[in-house]
Design a protein around this ligand. Structure first.
Ligand SMILES: Cc1cc2nc3c(=O)[nH]c(=O)nc-3n(C[C@H](O)[C@H](O)[C@H](O)COP(=O)(O)OP(=O)(O)OC[C@H]3O[C@@H](n4cnc5c(N)ncnc54)[C@H](O)[C@@H]3O)c2cc1C
Length: 282
């Protein structure tokens, strides 16, 4: 049996300064070894709110797959898992479909439509843009699947720019972003429309949605992450999620490095930090 205390206090930026709320949550993760699975876990929660102490067994949920993050990556992963028959939950500290996805320009690369262009040419551009440090297989997959990615997002309900015949053609592609061929397929309503489509798609799929729910700690065993401790931001309550598969899709480090107002509060590079902190490989 072991106990892991976790202290959560809610912080927020007020007029550029960090404010700490009066609510303080102390969590004790109690593991009782009565079987091989770490599912024999009880989590108790002591919460001090406005000077009053509450204690109770924490709300706990079991799923096959948990997706942490509900931008383009998390929603796509959750929908794929649900399509394969898994019981899926998606957690996001913001509303579903927010994150950088919603504030983006909504431009996606579409390779192979301009004269002389092909997925192989796109692969070359990606390698050069990445100073040949890219993961080879991942880069090949990205360059091969641009059309599939665009069709997937359109399948959620978003519409990319069309020519006068209502088609995606070379006429609507722009040569932005260091590409040697025009590949930039823009969105008339930018990322907001993609975010709305993600939200609609996931609602239709019957996936358990936990919005305004921030993951604060992950639990691993045998080199895999199996659980997430999260804080409901509106109530301050802690929730415990257990699943054999946890997908981390909390956004990249791009926006968080500079903390500029344009970078929304979503990305924290936690996808990289969390597993590394626990000695897990990326
Ligand atoms: C201003 C701007 C313009 C851009 N324009 C383009 C463009 O035109 N074309 C392009 O290809 N790319 C563009 N990008 C980059 C692109 O938007 C991102 O690469 C992409 O949206 C990342 O998607 P994601 O799902 O990985 O992350 P995000 O969309 O950032 O989603 C992260 C999710 O994780 C959640 N989250 C984070 N931490 C936690 C936590 N602890 N617990 C629970 N949930 C958490 C967030 O709430 C959110 O739901 C742009 C980025 C910015 C900032």
């Amino acid at each position: 049996m072991y106990i892991t205390p976790v202290i959560i206090s809610q912080t927020q930026f007020i007029n550029g300064k960090i404010g700490i709320s009066k609510s303080l949550t102390l969590l004790f993760h109690l593991k009782i070894d009565i079987g091989p699975s770490w599912h024999n876990t009880l989590v108790f929660c002591w919460k001090i709110n406005g000077g009053v102490l509450f204690k109770r067994l924490m709300e706990t949920w079991d799923f096959d797959v948990i997706c942490v993050g509900a931008g383009g990556a998390g929603v796509t992963a959750a929908l794929s898992a649900a399509k394969a028959g898994a019981r899926v939950a998606i957690l996001s500290k913001e509303p579903i479909g927010y994150g950088d996805t919603r504030i983006s320009k909504g431009v996606m690369a579409y390779a192979g439509l301009s004269q002389g262009d092909s997925p192989e040419e796109f692969y070359r551009d990606l390698l050069e843009g990445g100073e040949h440090l890219n993961d080879g297989e991942l880069t090949k997959t990205i360059s091969r699947e641009t059309v599939l990615a665009v069709l997937t997002v359109e399948g959620f309900g978003h519409i990319f720019r069309r020519d006068e015949e209502g088609r995606i053609s070379g006429k609507v592609l722009s040569p932005a972003g260091g590409h040697r061929f025009p590949r930039g397929l823009s969105s008339p309503s930018e990322g907001v429309s993609i975010g709305n489509a993600l939200r609609a798609a996931i609602t239709r799929a019957g996936i358990a949605l936990f919005e305004e729910t921030m993951t604060v700690k992950l639990y691993s065993e045998g080199g895999r992450i199996h659980g997430a401790l999260a804080l409901r931001l509106l109530s301050g309550d802690a929730v415990f999620f257990r699943a054999p598969s946890v997908v981390l899709a909390t956004g990249g480090p791009a926006g968080s490095i500079t903390l500029t107002p344009i970078a929304c509060k979503a990305p924290q590079a936690m996808d990289l930090a969390w597993p590394t902190r626990q000695g897990l490989s990326l």
